[in-house]
Design a protein around this ligand. Structure first.
Ligand code: 48F
Length: 261
C-alpha cells in the first residue's frame, strides 16, 4: 500500500511551470520591486505587502536573508539596539537583553521568521535571479528592473548570449547592501555620484542610515547598507537594528509616494 497519492513526472513538471508562471505574470507589472532580500529589503517588502502594495523581491542567491543569518565574524548571534527590538517583538521573535538597550537573538531564528513574515504578508519572491540594469522612463525616472538568472549572469561573456527580461514597477528599492547595485548602475550612466561608505562607527552609522533612508533618485529608494554607500556614511559594524528601521522607513516613503501618484 503506497503512502503518497498517485502522480507522475509530467504532472509535477506542469505544477512547477504553472505555479511559477502565474507568479511571474502577476509581477511583470508591479508597484514596487525590492532588489535584495536581506533584512532591510525583507522588512520593507513585508510592510508594503501588509498594506496591499504589490511588491516583488528579486534576490540573486538561492536563499533570502542576506547577512542576517550571521551576527558577525561567522558567529550567528545577531545584535539589535533599542528601539529596533520592538520589530522583533512585533514578529514574535524571542530575544534577550545582553545589556541595557542591546538585544541578542539567534540569526537562524530571526532570519527565518523575517523571511516567513515577508512571504506570509504576500510579497512575491524570485530567487537565483540577479538585478542587471534599470528600466528608465521620462526624465530618467527609474521604472523597473532588468534581470537575468544568476547562473546565466555568472557565465563567461564568451558563452553568455542569453537576453535578460525586465519587470516594470512604479518604484524600485535598492536593498542590496554595501554593493548598492541599483545606485551603482545609475552612477555608471552618469546620473548619480556616490562617495562609497566610510570607516566603521556603530554609534553614528545606525542613526545616519535611518536618517538618510529615502529617495536617492526619481523612482529609486535606498534602504539598509546601500544608504551608507550612496551617501558616504560610516560602515555599520555587526549590528542590525538600523537595517530593520531603515527598511521600515523605506516602505513608509514608498507608500506615501504611491498614494500621491
Ligand atoms: O547585505 P544584505 O544583508 O543587505 P542589508 O539589508 O543588510 C546589511 C547587513 O546584512 C550587514 C550590515 C549591517 O549589520 O552591515 O551587512 O543592507 O543583503 C543584500 C541582499 O542583496 C542581494 C544579496 O544576495 C543579499 O541577499 N543582492 C546583491 N546584489 C544583488 C542582489 C543583485 N545584483 N541582484 C539581486 N540581489
Amino acid at each position: 500500500m503506497a503512502i503518497f497519492e498517485k502522480s507522475s513526472e509530467k504532472a509535477v513538471t506542469r505544477a512547477i511551470i504553472a505555479g511559477f508562471t502565474k507568479d511571474m505574470e502577476k509581477f511583470a507589472d508591479t508597484d514596487v520591486i525590492v532588489v535584495g532580500g536581506g533584512p532591510s529589503g525583507l522588512i520593507a517588502a513585508r510592510d508594503l505587502a501588509l498594506k496591499d502594495v504589490k511588491v516583488l523581491i528579486i534576490e540573486r542567491n538561492n536563499y533570502l536573508g542576506g547577512g542576517f543569518w550571521l551576527g558577525g565574524f561567522l558567529m550567528n548571534t545577531i545584535t539589535i539596539r533599542a528601539p529596533a527590538h520592538k520589530i522583533l517583538d512585533e514578529l514574535e521573535i524571542k530575544h534577550e537583553e545582553f545589556e541595557k538597550g542591546l538585544h541578542v537573538v539567534p540569526g537562524p531564528l530571526a532570519c527565518s521568521k523575517l523571511i516567513a513574515a515577508a512571504c506570509e504578508a504576500g510579497a512575491g519572491v524570485i530567487n537565483m535571479c540577479s538585478f542587471d540594469d534599470v528600466v528608465l522612463r521620462e526624465k530618467n525616472r527609474v521604472s523597473g528592473a532588468v534581470v537575468n538568472w544568476t547562473p546565466v549572469s555568472l557565465l563567461p561573456k564568451a558563452v553568455n548570449c542569453v537576453d535578460p527580461i525586465a519587470f516594470e514597477s512604479k518604484l524600485v528599492i535598492d536593498a542590496t547592501g554595501h554593493d548598492a547595485v541599483v545606485v551603482k548602475k545609475l552612477e555608471e550612466r552618469g546620473l548619480i555620484k556616490t562617495p562609497g561608505f566610510g570607516a566603521m562607527w556603530i554609534e553614528k552609522s545606525e542613526d545616519a542610515v535611518v536618517e538618510h533612508t529615502g529617495l536617492a533618485h526619481p523612482g529609486l529608494i535606498v534602504v539598509g547598507m546601500s544608504v551608507s554607500t550612496t551617501f558616504g556614511l560610516p560602515r555599520m559594524g555587526p549590528t542590525f537594528g538600523s537595517m530593520l528601521l531603515s527598511g521600515r522607513k523605506g516602505a513608509e516613503v514608498a507608500y506615501k509616494l504611491l498614494k500621491k501618484n
